[in-house]
Write a protein that binds this ligand. Structure first.
Ligand SMILES: [Zn+2]
Length: 252
């Protein structure tokens, strides 16, 4: 689960913690290529096999088009890009034209909800409206059906898989770390490993080699953070996180 990439420029909206350098990304793709290649969850769910790693991007940053697309295309790899219609074309985010170009180049453009509001904050009716609107707008503007949903912030209301299915999605991808088995039941949200700037080459190597201890450690860390989010509430949690990362300047 990647977000933004940088080659030295920093467009608005890119959280440094979720931004990898092109150098680091290139190195990771080369390692994945050596293992047999990377592909999209859409391709894998459609029955394509042979890809060692599934690659996804959240938020639709402009760097997905400018940096990730050429790096993937050069290696014959694909990835899923989860976007919010409300953010498309705003400063720092890819435009519909750029997303169409990515789709035409074999990339999978999918739904990250309509506007990045956490799905856990919505009523059941609003949840259904927003999931339908996101799917319909992305499918129409990109020219290919969006069928996958990655909830913003990984926040998943109870019963989300069933609601998503009612709204035309075939699969939910979570932000919970884990391994995908060849026989993973498709009704379960697919786990993803967060590729942050803090993931070093050693951790990356362990993850792509399916090291269960390293991945189990990530799962425990994720469970701890999920508890903190629940206890603090989303707003206070984001504030505490921003402070810890030094993103907030002056009195908080
Ligand atoms: Zn997001």
């Amino acid at each position: 689960m990647y977000h933004a990439l940088t080659d030295g420029t920093h467009p608005p909206g890119q959280d440094p913690h979720y931004t990898l350098t092109l150098r680091a990304f290139d190195r990771q793709l080369d390692r994945i290529a050596a293992m047999g290649g990377g592909g999209s969850a859409r391709g894998w769910l459609d029955g394509q096999r042979g890809q060692a790693i599934l690659l996804t991007f959240d938020d639709g940053h402009v760097s997905n088009h400018r940096i990730a697309l050429p790096a993937l295309a050069r290696r014959g790899m694909s990835a899923d890009f989860f976007v919010n219609p409300a953010m498309v074309g705003t400063p720092g985010f890819a435009s519909w034209g750029e997303l169409r170009e990515m789709s035409d180049a074999g990339m999978s453009i999918q739904s990250h909800g309509y506007d990045h509001v956490y799905l856990t904050s919505l009523s059941d009716q609003r949840l259904r409206e927003t999931l339908r609107a996101a799917r319909e707008e992305i499918s129409e503007r990109v020219g290919r059906q969006a069928t996958l949903l990655a909830p913003p912030g990984g926040r998943m209301p109870r019963g989300l898989a069933a609601v998503a299915k009612d709204c035309g999605y075939t699969q939910v991808l979570s932000s919970r770390p884990g391994l995908i088995e060849a026989d993973t039941r498709r009704v379960r949200p697919l786990p993803r490993m967060a590729m942050t700037a803090a993931v070093d080459a050693i951790a990356f190597e362990r993850w792509i080699n399916r090291d269960r201890i390293a991945i189990g450690r990530e799962q425990m860390r994720y469970a701890g953070l999920a508890t903190a989010k629940r206890l603090l509430g989303d707003r206070r949690y984001e504030r505490a996180r921003a402070c810890a990362l030094g993103l907030l300047r002056g009195p908080a």
